[in-house]
Design a protein around this ligand. Structure first.
Ligand code: SF4
Length: 267
């Protein structure tokens, strides 16, 4: 397994985390706005982003040693995952992310943000409970409009299924939040709806959240996609600002996060 590592030192958007953990390479969800599309892993593959995903070829048990070593050097906060979704459709059979969670549950890092948009995460509620106090499940729900999902992220699970999964995890005692990231066109009831499902929300948009002041989103031709769908008025930072104000009617200020600071590990 010479040189293989599960944990990668964190940089850029995930500042505040010491490591990222990506069990898969590629991603079957293929979101149109995904920044990974512009990274070498996607550019040099020769197959369109969203059509392939494969497990990394490492022994999940070796994460235990990596964690022990990292913990000797300082606090360990893991962003799980930054360049894929840890709950790929393949995960249902492979249980790779589950094995990695198990390794972490045996010797917990200081904090793990489990970032996913798949209801499959609910399967691992038992393991997440073992990590209780050290893990937060962050479920991406960027809108409540299925027509918007079908247009921009057609291969990702329906929003209602994600909301149900996050509520059930919460009921099972798992710490949860909803990541409205990036905020997409939505109904006027979206903020209030979220309050029924998760105790914390973090919001991001194509301008503050892409790490380049909106340049990456432009290179992915998001303004054109919005314009073609007749949504141009939504393509503005003011949309997220208004949404955060709307959330303020349903959540206390400390339960609303925004962009990079909103995703930061809990102290
Ligand atoms: S789920 Fe995440 S990693 Fe996968 S395509 Fe969508 S944004 Fe990219």
């Amino acid at each position: 397994m010479g040189g293989f590592r599960w944990l990668t030192p964190a940089t850029g958007y995930v500042s505040g985390y010491s490591h990222t953990l990506n069990p898969y390479v590629g991603c079957s969800f293929g979101c149109s706005y995904c920044y990974v599309r512009r990274l070498p892993v996607a550019m040099f593959r020769g197959e369109p982003w969203g059509t392939w995903a494969e497990p990394k070829k490492g022994d999940p048990a070796s994460l235990r040693d990596e964690l022990a070593k990292a913990k000797r050097k300082g606090p360990v906060a893991v962003f799980f995952s930054s360049a894929t979704d840890p709950y790929q459709p393949l995960e249902a059979k492979l249980k790779l992310s589950r094995s990695l969670l198990e390794a972490m549950a045996d010797d917990p890092p200081d904090f793990v943000l489990l970032q996913t948009r798949s209801p499959l995460v609910e399967r691992d509620a038992d393991m997440l409970r073992r990590l209780s106090g050290r893990v937060r499940v962050s479920m991406t729900v960027e809108s409540d409009r299925e027509d918007v999902r079908r247009q921009l992220t057609p291969s990702a699970p329906p929003f209602a299924a994600r909301l149900r999964a996050v509520r059930r995890l919460r009921e099972e005692g798992v710490e949860t939040q909803i990541a409205v990231s990036p905020l997409l066109p939505h109904s006027p009831d979206f903020a209030g709806l979220l309050a029924e499902f998760a105790p914390r929300v973090v919001v991001d948009d194509f301008f503050r959240g892409d790490g380049s002041g909106g340049k990456r989103s432009r290179s992915l031709r998001m303004p054109e996609a919005y314009s073609a769908a007749g949504w141009s008025e939504w393509y503005a930072p003011q949309a997220a600002d208004a949404f955060v104000r709307e959330l303020g009617k349903h959540y206390p200020p400390e339960a609303i996060g925004f962009s990079v600071s909103g995703f930061a590990p809990r102290d």
